[in-house]
Design a protein around this ligand. Sequence first.
Ligand SMILES: [Zn+2]
Ligand SMILES: [Zn+2]
Length: 397
Amino acid sequence: MVVLRPVDLVNQPAPFQDRYKILQKLLDLLEKLKPNAKGKMNKLAAGLELRVAKDSKSPQSYKFNMSVLFRDLNKFKGDLSKIKIGHKPVAHSTPIVENKATKAQAMEKLKSLVIDAETLGKNGYFVKDSIHDGDTLDENTMDFRSATCIRCNTKFEKSEIMNKTVCRYHPLKREYNRETKIYHYPCCGETMVSSSFLRLGCQSCDHHVFREETYDGMASISKFLDTRNVDGEENVLALDCEMAYTSLGYEMIRLTIVDFFTSKTLFDEIVMPIGQIIDLNSQFSGVHEIKQSESLSYEECMQKVLSPSLINKNSILIGHGLENDVNVMRIIHRRIIDTAILYSKGRFKMSLKNLAFENVNRKIQTGEHDSSEDAIASMDVVKSKIGIPIAQKEWNI
Ligand SMILES: [Zn+2]
Ligand SMILES: [Zn+2]
């Protein structure tokens, strides 16, 4: 017999034991309400309990929300179409796990998740025509010559970036410890109040690094390509890039594209950046070296991926924090499903690692990042969002 247990959550609203007990009670109730489906209610019970758990911020609200669910299930004799959790109807968003979806159904749901231009604009995408039409580079008002190191905050001249210097930094962002009320660096354990020299950084590099943030800054390194100029079939692609620091800033070094409907990897190549490599960021990028003979140039890469059968004006692109990827690829695209925006809570964005764990029960990014793993994870988060079986690879029209 399969033991029914609650789905692990990053933010547990109540102790596991409490959730476990309530889940068993919920299962008993469902089986009592629907005696014909006895033995088949495990998935439903776990799904409903998970919905309540995700919707509850404290043990009290969890208990309260659960009691509302029990009350409603009794009141409506188990008719799920009448039951709401957190003001949202249950029947709509409970995944139709058993039923195969058709391609048309999936497309319709996907289109409803495509993010509008205004929201894209607010999240770092360059989609409004006004940003790049008619805007000319004005070198007098914009400072393209100097940059601030994003690791150590030192200001430097870009033309001198390949001159040797010492840049001390922490590879991981500082975190606040509520108990000690002190910031610490998870990479090495140093704190901001430490007297050790390591406080300034547990790693060092011979060069500072920078990242262009503006459209003009990025365009001054390589031109943006508008996908409106690429004809092609309507397709749905999940994509993810790995990036490195070079003499020209932040550049793409690997690109993975996965097909939504077949889960096949359509493109996965190492890309030689345009500038001189400073740091491959291997700890995160998973790329340790780039051989000329085994990689594409940026231009070759873009020529291959901007095509009628890959990225074109009719593509829906899926990714997490995809603005980083499309900007580093220098493409302007308007049909985007970004799981970071989809699941954002106000200004707070969840990591793909947590989203994958909570929504598809998968642990990712346990070591170095892998653009293939990340592309598939954000794609599967979207599938679970619209109730499509993750493993489905064959589709009826
Ligand atoms: Zn550190
Ligand atoms: Zn620096």
